[in-house]
Design a protein around this ligand. Structure first.
Ligand code: NAD
Ligand code: UD1
Length: 335
């Protein structure tokens, strides 16, 4: 089966490409390298020993997408291409709305033109806004607190409308919790630009000595140790979830949403301690002011993905720390 992966050179996309190639799929990637490097795709092929077809193009470029669909026999699309930094989305919302929403519209338009109606979409736990309780199930109320989150929410609604208009579509919306870690080969992983916004890449850079210390954003949350609790999930588990979702949409029609999380919450301090234990590295930290818009606790009820997709996370927090660290050590300057 030929699968088009938009944003396949990115952090999650590259791990999904590995799993797809290993499962025998033919993979076609479209990426404009806005936030990634061609090296990631070279390494995907090196890890799997398999060939991947690649187009350097922007998904906003309709003609380029038409060319990709006309030159291949694409049966399904896994759609990662988009911007994802919350702070940046507040500063440059027009760019975020255009890239994420228009990009998805152009993609869906071309998919429809070529009668390809199987889609897996990367959504985020951010669509639960400020959840009233945890664990979070798919039917919980949705809201967004920033432009990035709103793009995810709007795209989810757009996909619902597309399905409502044409019942031939089969769409899986995957709401990721907090993907961390890297492929166990240490060849592909997260390669953030500049100062990392997210916790794990910041920790690995502190451990490397690239940054002096971690700032823990708030210690007075209503959690077991006062620091924020999240559902960290290994990126390879996330990647495997995409294969299960793909299997499902190939056999069915409809639109379904799934949480991809472990169901277990760890605090910032828990993650720091686990990282120190896994790597024997000390992580100096200070407590600083809470980050605007952060919530105390966020973790998934992952039962729907388990029941319907037969997927659940297999790797534990130590695996996540060891693998994130291996990628950082092997690639001190990223790709
Ligand atoms: P990433 O930035 O590493 O990957 C996104 C990829 O899309 C990059 O390779 C980038 O160059 C490409 N891209 C962006 N705009 C494009 C365009 N217009 N045309 C072609 N390519 C384009 O991000 P990621 O962490 O791999 O995330 C993938 C998806 O999952 C994103 O949609 C993100 O919003 C979503 N998501 C990520 C997380 C997370 O924590 N990483 C959590 C929830 C949801
Ligand atoms: C972030 C995004 C969210 C996205 C999610 C998964 C923001 C505001 N939210 O959420 O939209 O869906 O990633 O990719 O960026 N922390 C520190 N110090 C740091 C960094 C983080 O203490 O230097 C804390 C945070 O306060 C939080 C936890 O670590 O409690 C995790 O933070 P982060 O990795 O940024 O993920 P989220 O806040 O869940």
């Amino acid at each position: 089966m030929e699968v088009l992966v938009t944003g396949g050179a990115g952090y999650i996309g590259s791990h999904v490409c590995v799993e797809l190639l290993n499962s025998g799929c033919e993979v076609i990637v479209v990426d404009n390298f806005a936030n990634s490097k061609p090296e990631a795709l070279k390494r995907v092929q090196e890890i799997t020993g398999k060939y991947l077809k690649f187009y350097e193009a922007d998904i906003l470029d309709k003609l380029a997408l038409e060319k990709i669909f006309s030159e291949n026999n694409i049966e399904a699309v896994i759609h990662f291409a988009g911007f994802k930094a919350v702070g940046e989305s507040i500063k440059i919302p027009i760019l975020y709305y255009n890239n994420n929403i228009t990009g998805t519209l152009v993609l869906c338009e071309v998919m429809k033109m070529y009668n390809v109606k199987k889609l897996v979409f990367s959504s985020s736990a951010t669509v639960y806004g400020m959840p009233k309780r945890v664990p979070i199930s798919e039917h919980f109320p949705l809201s967004a607190t920033n432009p990035y989150g709103r793009t995810k929410l709007m795209i989810e609604e757009i996909l619902q409308d597309i399905y409502a208009s044409d019942k031939q579509w089969s769409v899986a919306i995957l709401r990721y919790f907090n993907p961390i870690g890297a492929h166990e080969s240490g060849r592909i992983g997260e390669d953030p630009r500049g100062i990392p916004n997210n916790l794990m890449p910041f920790i690995t850079q502190v451990a490397m000595g690239k940054r002096e210390k971690l700032s823990i954003f708030g210690s007075n949350y209503a959690t077991h140790d006062g620091t924020g609790v999240r559902d960290y999930i290994h990126v390879v588990d996330i990647a495997k979830g995409h294969l299960k979702a793909l299997e499902k949409i190939m056999k069915t029609r409809g639109i379904e949403t799934y949480n991809l999380g472990t169901g277990v919450g760890y605090s910032v301090l828990d993650l720091v301690k686990n990282f120190e234990k896994a790597t024997n590295k000390k992580i100096p930290y200070v407590i600083s002011e809470p980050r605007l818009g952060d919530i105390a606790e966020c973790y998934a009820n992952p039962i729907k993905a388990k029941t319907i997709l037969n997927w659940s996370a297999e790797k534990n927090i130590q695996d996540m720390c060891i693998d994130a660290w291996r990628f950082q050590v092997n690639n001190p300057e990223g790709y």
